[in-house]
Design a protein around this ligand. Structure first.
Ligand code: 13P
Length: 317
């Protein structure tokens, strides 16, 4: 149980942010209270762009470790804090550097495109990083006959492959939240709510993507709900995003897509939910846990991330 009231935590966080010239960057998957105190809420690309260009001395990342590492790689001169160092990612865990080195040497002569959901040492082995909002465009920006490796999400890889037709070898990793959505339960919900549009993240499995009215990154899903004339949506991504969707569209109805196991609460990412207001307060107060990356890895990981940023900027993303 938290020993501080949320009013106290919010006022202390606000005070400490000002005192220490700190900025809080939060992903849409964080709980609503955290999204509401953040200086900036966004998807992985927007958060990386914000991490690369701000005037704060401290970045507190309300998100998972790979995103805080990405912020540190983009702004190595800043102190980057992560309120819970165990806030990991099943995708990042599925791809270990030794195994990935072997995968690359088993598939020689291929450009290595790696999803941002990876550890810094995997990024250091990559040619270009991507997020779900620029993955297709990054692949399309390369010569059409370029042979590729994509890691670690096999569903996002398969989505890119279907869109681009590229020659692509795909690592066999999945996100434990997106992998768990049940096609049958989604179709049952659709029958009960025939006007609801099914909107899903590209990390969902193919059968779920095939019944979707719209597929996109978290920010693309949010934008869709703002522009679309419908009133009801079955949302196939981590439930945290529904906070922003409701905020932006107070009169619309959002239904979380159900997981295969109705008792598991799997549409919540347990890693992401490790971050709480109390941990943010203590993290700002004590300035730890801090993200530190070995210099050699940090320098090697900068190149593919910067390549992603440059391509995204050119494409206006
Ligand atoms: P985006 O917010 O960039 O869509 O990424 C979400 C994510 O990391 C899903 O695992």
């Amino acid at each position: 149980m938290e020993k501080y009231s949320s009013e106290y935590l919010i006022s202390e966080i606000t005070r400490l942010k000002k005192l220490k010239n700190a900025i809080i960057l939060a992903h849409y998957y964080q709980t609503g209270d955290i999204q509401d105190i953040a200086d900036f809420v966004g998807d992985s690309l927007a958060l990386s762009q914000k991490a690369a260009s701000n005037t704060a001395d401290i970045i507190l990342f309300a998100g998972v470790k790979f995103m805080a590492e990405t912020a540190k790689i983009l702004s190595p001169e800043k102190k980057v804090l992560l309120p819970d160092i165990n806030a990991g990612c099943s995708l990042a865990n599925s791809c270990k550097a030794e195994d990935f080195k072997k995968f690359i040497s088993d598939n020689p002569g291929r450009t290595v495109i790696t999803y941002v959901n990876t550890t810094a040492d995997i990024k250091a082995l990559s040619d270009i990083i991507c997020t779900s909002s620029n993955a297709v465009q990054i692949v399309e920006s390369l010569p059409p006959d370029e042979k590729l490796i994509f890691a670690p999400d096999r569903n996002l890889g398969n989505y890119i492959l279907n869109k681009t037709g590229s020659d692509m070898v795909i690592w066999n990793g999945t996100c434990h939240v997106h992998e768990e959505f049940s096609l049958e339960a989604i179709l049952r919900l659709k029958k009960e709510n025939p006007d609801a549009k099914i909107i899903v993240h590209p990390e969902c499995e193919l059968p779920v993507r095939l019944v979707a009215d719209f597929i996109g990154s978290t920010s693309a899903l949010l934008e869709f709900t703002k522009k679309d004339h419908g009133n009801s949506y079955i949302v196939g991504t981590e439930v945290g995003i529904i906070h922003q969707m409701k905020k932006e569209n107070p009169s619309k109805n959002f239904i979380p897509a159900p997981p295969k196991d109705s008792t598991c609460g799997c549409s919540e990412c347990s890693f992401i939910k490790l971050v709480t207001l109390e941990k943010i307060y203590k993290c700002l107060l004590n300035e730890e846990p801090e993200i530190l990356i070995e210099e050699d890895i940090l320098i090697k990981a900068q190149r593919p991330i910067r390549r992603m940023m440059e391509i995204s900027e050119k494409l206006g993303l």
